[in-house]
Design a protein around this ligand. Sequence first.
Ligand SMILES: C[C@H](O)CC(=O)C(=O)O
Ligand SMILES: [Mn+2]
Length: 342
Amino acid sequence: MNLHGKRVTLHDMSLRDGMHAKGHQISLDEMVAIATGLDRAGVPLIEVTHGDGLGGASLNYGFPAHSDEEYLKAVVPKMQQARVSALLLPGIGTVDHLRMAQDLGVSTIRIATHCTEADVAEQHIGMARRLGLDTVGFLMMAHMISPEQLLEQARLMEAFGANCIYCTDSAGYMLPDDVSERLNLLRRELDPATEIGFHGHHNLGMGVANSLAAIEAGASRIDGSAAGLGAGAGNTPLEVFVAVLERMGVTHGVDLFALMDVAEDLVVPLMDQPIRLDRDALTLGYAGVYSSFLLFAQRAEKKYGVPARDILVELGRRGTVGGQEDMIDDTAMSMARERQAG
Ligand SMILES: C[C@H](O)CC(=O)C(=O)O
Ligand SMILES: [Mn+2]
């Protein structure tokens, strides 16, 4: 693969996707310290919100240590060069959240929907673009549909006003060929002015390889997390990815050693459990399950005595998607009953 001379914008997820791995309990001091370190390392974009985006604080998704507003107020003014992004899932976040984020200095809004539901993003994407924000359409669980179906959904988001479209491997299920097929088609068919991005999860250990495949297919934005802090086995580990980009001659603008230090000295010490490919995280990738279900399934294992791996396999079989967190307990409960009866 020859990527020499390509240019990519890296987007750190440790303070948003990493919130899943932390049960949304990152302190303001930790947020500011990590964001400041990433900013100094030259990471150009940093995402900050509840793991499920603006307005995610709820019984279904989990209550965070601080509100989105508090996190953004603490982080944004400290940034020297990095821009801050916020995620918003229509139905969870509202247009008021969007305005609030812009008022607090957020420059990039990423409107996320399940990969077949781009139509619910019309109002939010339209408004973000009218407000002059860098507006990204973020199609989650993109492994569940064909490249042609993904293109159809991407076209909707583009028509609503998104200037960048993401293929999001929320389950960490994709292999490099899956990424290439989807991104090649998006790059060929969307407006050349529309950027393409890729968000990977490392559940099959493919985060780096998949992100390289994405760049080869024309992606100009790639997500990753310092030390991989993110849902499931985490996101593409950003410092590892940067080292690989250096070796391959891709322009990224990040100071590799400064980023390694943020990962090692600031992010790893705050992990509640090592972000690694244990059997449950691996099952997410193998069975194509939404990465943020991991901790829910592990909690259900403790409550109902059904192994998290079995619960995750069943959730994959049932085709559950983000937003169906309440199904995890139901599934575990019915599996426990069946096992007791049988
Ligand atoms: C709300 C999800 O955590 C968004 C995301 O990062 C993904 O789908 O992956
Ligand atoms: Mn993610």
